[in-house]
Write a protein that binds this ligand. Sequence first.
Ligand SMILES: Cc1cc2nc3c(=O)[nH]c(=O)nc-3n(C[C@H](O)[C@H](O)[C@H](O)COP(=O)(O)OP(=O)(O)OC[C@H]3O[C@@H](n4cnc5c(N)ncnc54)[C@H](O)[C@@H]3O)c2cc1C
Length: 403
Amino acid sequence: MNEAVERLVDLRWPSQVKSAYDVVIIGGGGHGLATAYYLATRHGITNVAVIEKGYIGSGNSGRNTTIIRANYGIPEAVRFYQHSLEMYGRLEQETGRDVMHATKGLLWIAHSEAGVRQERARAEINTAFGSKTEYVDPKTIQDICPQLDMTGQGVWPIYGASYHPSGASARHDRVVWAYAEGAMRLGVHVHQRTAVTGFLRDGDRVVGVETTAGSIAAGVVVSAVGGHVTTLASMVGLRLPIRTHQLQAFVTNRYAQAFGPIVASSGLGVYASQPAKGEMLIGAEIDRAPAYAYDAGHSFLRSCAFRSIALLPFLRDLRVLRQWTGVCDMSADYSPIMGFTGVPNLLVTTGWGTWGFKAIPAGGEQMAELIATGRTPALIAPFALDRFANDRTMADRGSAGTH
Ligand SMILES: Cc1cc2nc3c(=O)[nH]c(=O)nc-3n(C[C@H](O)[C@H](O)[C@H](O)COP(=O)(O)OP(=O)(O)OC[C@H]3O[C@@H](n4cnc5c(N)ncnc54)[C@H](O)[C@@H]3O)c2cc1C
């Protein structure tokens, strides 16, 4: 976090780590901080510590492509993400911070008859479960986004698309800071540069954490560590249906014209949007091999640039300014995992993979309610870990990214 932010945002860093908290949250990303914020603001639980090994937002919450949408493929997910999307719409008013929330509309393009069927089905299921999406024809697509090459360079012609008018974006690190600030104002401790290295146990129960700043006792421990979750869970012998994969993205120099919507293509495996500074922000799919490394490769850049130019030929004239990588906690069914772990007093919020930025408000709110009441709220009950043991997985691969 740079000096300007330190001065602009009222972050009240604690002077020392206490020996005990009611709740210890591991991970100062969006999900950990939002959980702390809602514990404090909705439930009056403020004896809470967020333990972050780097700086807040240094994980995926500060590395993502900032897309907020609710156009998922199963009813449970549509309801959950729609709730989160609506919470994002109120976040500036709630926190008093400008998180640069902007509604842009999202086009999800079909390049084949099968793609058309998929996008028609997406529109139907979204609308049926409370999130507006409509199927649009090539003429309407061109009206929404004139920069698209409707022939797809003669190889990926555009047949149609689903259009999700409430698709939006927000500035990712501002979201992190807004939640941190709101939580810290009410007395939550956020400890940066402090890593959790183990758990304190009393029999089966987790009763605290070992950290690089010493042991901390806790009534409840929540793991919100993004792509590092399997490493952390293995410290208590917990196996999760998660694999960690790299996800890369890049941004170009400024595009002189306005580029209105967010555009995604499953066929080409890319998506594009224009942040407020005018650059073009391009994202893609995860790297195939599991990895915890943060290296960003040229082969990704070459392949992703080639595919995005097929969709948006003007990108050819822009230059790549930055490329980066995050490590994503990919769940086996491409849906999140929230709640009890089977290890007493240890909760988890994970499986956020390539899609968890949009879920930060609802994920934090619902986890806070679970911690405060001891009961799983109905909205996130379908995303409990025991769904894998009970053969009730929430398979939604086609909505999680540009599959
Ligand atoms: C390139 C890219 C593009 C993406 N685009 C989108 C998008 O457009 N829309 C969308 O919805 N989602 C997107 N995502 C996914 C989204 O960013 C994540 O799902 C979300 O940010 C996860 O938040 P989190 O709080 O769970 O994890 P993180 O933000 O990763 O936070 C976890 C924190 O835990 C800390 N930590 C780890 N281990 C320890 C430890 N032992 N002790 C203490 N602290 C620890 C880490 O340092 C980190 O700060 C994208 C991700 C990437 C990488």
